[in-house]
Design a protein around this ligand. Structure first.
Ligand code: FAD
Length: 503
């Protein structure tokens, strides 16, 4: 891939030589969605990405989809281990003596290379403590679904023609029929998976991935050639350099040779994922500007299980989704069919290849998450560690979380009996394990009690915005990808307008 990288990599010196309008930190769905939206509005955008270029599309959309032994090795090229813990162990985490218990990824495309594809929307009630309401967010969901070519139940909203489902097997029909007969309103899952027919020379795109969206953009090129959109790969933003209420430059380290370069930009856009965007702000001392930086960090409640049926369902492909209800603040995804198994986050698309005679269903239940002030990200003091890995997250489950987790476990038994299965194995995960983290740069309607405004723009720093889930005050049970993409579209549109107004 090294030689391919050379086709589009812009060394930081060439970016610094002609400062862009917007410097976007991170190339996951938040960063690329925002970057492409800003370029479409006529701005020059440079992306800084800490990870290397390893894949040009999602791992499930290409030949590696069938290489289940190789996929975890692909992860290992760009994966590192992190620590999520509770207050009781925070001291050990700070000293770096705690075992790592979680995964994080640094790559061109971020986690869009590997994600599992499930794209539900939040319920309207999930926006209750957000500074904008569900109705005003809905058009951004529609745009995000169109952008990623989403398919399945609920895509396009109530008014839309039903988007085609990705799975239509006899096993799927039987599974859904059993759930519905038991009063559980199950359907096909909404997926970030393009099911449009190949037509007029346009191929369908498979799993959405920001790396593919980036590479498809005709504006992408080298800074030295004056391209409107550039990317510097294996280059980490290590500090935001501030003068009063402005970021004057971003300190960027080339991870190939350690060289440091300061890049100025009219506006700086954080899109490193909730954890890394927050970590960078703390590493830059922004908690001195706003003591809420690093606070209100959370992740979904997560119960995982395997259900065993007495007999196979007659086909290998089944994927059921039981949506949340305001009174049942969690949803369920069930994938089959398999032999005896357990979900492997390093092969999140293993469900594409079930087994015809399999009797086991993978079961995931994600619950609503409201991070308290005490839940926070902090920098650890481990000498010699990679600066991007020198952090830990402290997030205790609240009494309300524990009650919801109890209900999620109880519901798992209910779902199992509805389909005539037994709960073969079940696990309640610690915060962080869902990989749906949010918070750290909480948004709000006023500068009191929040770090950014409703558009992700810092209240106390003029030219700094965040496009990812770091700004979210809470999250509904829905997996985060679609809402992050919608957030990035929304915040980028607001930023483009504000930059135009200020010109
Ligand atoms: C195995 C797996 C399965 C998943 N399944 C689902 C699913 O089914 N549905 C769903 O909704 N979500 C799923 N998710 C979660 C989803 O992938 C993430 O929530 C989402 O992709 C995060 O997007 P992001 O752009 O905010 O961050 P990321 O994808 O993490 O991208 C951030 C990028 O910024 C870069 N970066 C960070 N800091 C810096 C810095 N200082 N300088 C330069 N670059 C930096 C990183 O290298 C990274 O490439 C899954 C995740 C995983 C890992």
């Amino acid at each position: 891939m090294d030689s391919l990288t050379r086709l589009f990599h812009s060394p930081p010196a060439s970016v610094a030589a002609a400062p862009p309008d917007c410097l976007v930190i991170g190339s996951g769905t938040a960063g690329v969605t925002a970057a492409l939206a800003l370029v479409a509005e006529g701005y020059r955008v440079a992306i800084i990405e800490a990870g290397p270029f390893v894949l040009a599309e999602h791992v499930g959309s290409g030949p590696f989809a069938k290489q289940h032994a190789v996929v975890p090795e692909l992860h290992d090229l760009v994966r590192h281990r992190t620590v999520w813990t509770d207050e009781a162990h925070a001291g050990d985490a700070a000293a770096g003596t705690l075992e790592t218990n979680n995964n994080a990824w640094l790559a061109v495309g971020g986690r869009t290379l590997f994600w599992g594809g499930c794209t539900p929307r939040f319920l309207d009630s999930d926006f209750a403590d957000w500074p904008h309401d569900a109705a005003s967010f809905r058009p951004w969901y529609e745009r995000a679904e169109a952008l990623i070519g989403a398919s399945g139940a609920g895509v396009g909203g109530a008014e839309a023609d039903t988007a085609p489902d990705f799975i239509g097997s006899s096993a799927q029909t039987r599974l859904l029929a059993r759930l519905i007969a038991a009063g559980l309103p199950a359907g096909a899952p909404p997926l970030g998976l393009d099911t449009r027919p190949v037509r007029n020379g346009s191929m369908s795109r498979g799993f959405d991935s920001s790396v593919a969206r980036l590479l498809r953009c005709p504006s992408l090129g080298r800074a030295s050639d004056g391209a409107a959109l550039t990317i510097s790969t294996e280059c980490a933003a290590i500090a935001l350099r501030r003068d009063g209420a402005r970021i004057v430059s971003v300190r960027v380290q080339d991870r190939r040779d350690g060289a440091i370069r300061d890049i100025a930009a009219r506006h700086v856009v954080l899109a490193g994922g909730a954890v890394q965007s927050t970590r960078l702000c703390l590493a830059s001392g922004l908690e001195q500007v706003d003591p809420l930086v690093g606070r209100y960090v959370g992740d979904h409640l997560f119960v995982q299980a395997v259900l065993r049926l007495p007999e196979p369902l007659g086909h290998h492909a089944a994927y059921a989704f039981i949506p949340p209800l305001p009174e049942r603040p969690f949803h369920v995804q069930m994938q089959g069919m398999f032999g005896e198994t357990w979900y492997n986050p390093l092969d999140a698309t293993m469900w594409l290849d079930g087994e015809r005679d399999g009797r086991y269903l993978l079961y995931y239940c994600f619950g609503i998450s409201k991070a308290p002030h005490a839940a926070h990200l902090a920098l650890s003091d481990v000498a010699g560690a990679d600066p991007l890995h020198r952090y830990y997250v402290v997030a205790d489950r609240t009494p309300e979380d524990l009650a919801t987790l109890d209900a999620m476990e109880q519901f798992t038994g209910q779902v199992a009996s509805a389909i005539g299965a037994e709960v073969f194995r079940m696990q309640r995960h610690h915060a962080g394990a869902a990989l749906h983290e949010f918070g750290g740069l909480r948004m709000g309607a006023s500068a009191e009690g929040s770090v950014t405004d409703p558009n992700g723009r810092f209240w106390r720093i003029d030219n700094l915005s965040c496009m990812d889930a770091a700004t979210w005050p809470s999250q509904g049970s829905a997996n985060s990808y679609l809402t992050i993409t919608a957030t990035a579209l929304r915040n980028a549109a607001a930023l483009a307008g504000a930059l135009r107004d200020a010109a």
